[in-house]
Design a protein around this ligand. Sequence first.
Ligand SMILES: [Zn+2]
Length: 404
Amino acid sequence: MLVKGVAFRLESDIPFEAMSLLEDFRLAVNNAIRAGVQARVTSRNTLVKIAYRDFREQHPRMYAQHLVSAFEVAGSVLKNHRRRFRKDVSCRTPFVKRLMMKAENQAYKLDRKLGVIDLPIRAGYHVELRLIVSQYHRKYLDDMSLSLGSLTVLPDRVIVAFRKEAPKPFVPESVLSLDTNERSLDGVFVEGEVAKAVKADFPDIAIIQQRHHDRRKRLQKKKAHDCRTSRNLCRREGTREHHRIDCRLHQVANSVLKFAEERKSAIVLEDLKGMRPKRSKELNRRLSMWPRRKLHQIIEYKAQWKGIPVVKVDPRYSSRTCPTCGRKQDSRMGAEFKCECGWHMDRHINASMNLLQTAISKGMAGGLRFDPGAFQHDVMMILYEPAMAARSEPNGTSYVVEVT
Ligand SMILES: [Zn+2]
């Protein structure tokens, strides 16, 4: 089962009753967390057993299903805490600060035509939350193959989970193999006998990271005498950075998937899981590793949702192997890969060819073949470039020029 959370803004401020429900919910979560830490349990059912009655006595009017869902939230917080606690015994008991509540799908009603949520507060008393519905939201609301999952209510927005059975991936008619680099995805697209270079360029992501990194360093120095302010400012910088990068990663992923969907391509990616940064330059490496992993995550879940097959292969030696004769080189210096047999190719594209060959040799590319000799050197297909982000117009402002 696949789940996608879609955020909606509210037409007006959240009603007062709903706001106090959020506060009660947070109280219930934090109570359950404390009870759970004391009793050393994390499962929802056990939490219900040990903490339900006490809380019920203090809050006799709260809707019972919300209370159970609060225990569920507490359970997941406790599980994270237990993981952290195993590594570091001195870590503090968690505390939920943010106002939020979660309701399972039986505990609320959503009118998918009107975009109105009916949320029970207590027995016999409901509030209506009117959602702002855009074209993007309509796509999910009108698609009746999507069922409703849980609802998360925050003071300024709600998140509705839409669920569907994972579609069966299509049988690929072509293949798109991508090598993931710090500033771009480079690869090869193979359709029939023809192979072409493809590129999705995102130089701005590394620039944004560097800029925010520098700014945090400067802030820390400037506010060295006031660590609370320094921490808050740095956190704000971090949030901004994540938003900006996330937005670009989604754009890159969307253009890759659009390409793959139109041409019925399987996507081949390197498996980044085993790649551990070396201790010495850990920070720098981590800085550059994070967006790549995130990009893969985004591509994978979006591909799953659309039924596009994704193949992940072990990237070992992919940057040092010759795809025509199979020789392995000792080093991987330079922008161009050169082999004794006469083969030479852009380093990144060469790596993607090796990824593709690994996928084919393991039978993961759906019977497609690839011959490096069929590569067309003079063609480069651009999947994405930063200018495309600026060019894409927001909804509702695009217009058609009439040709007479
Ligand atoms: Zn060779």
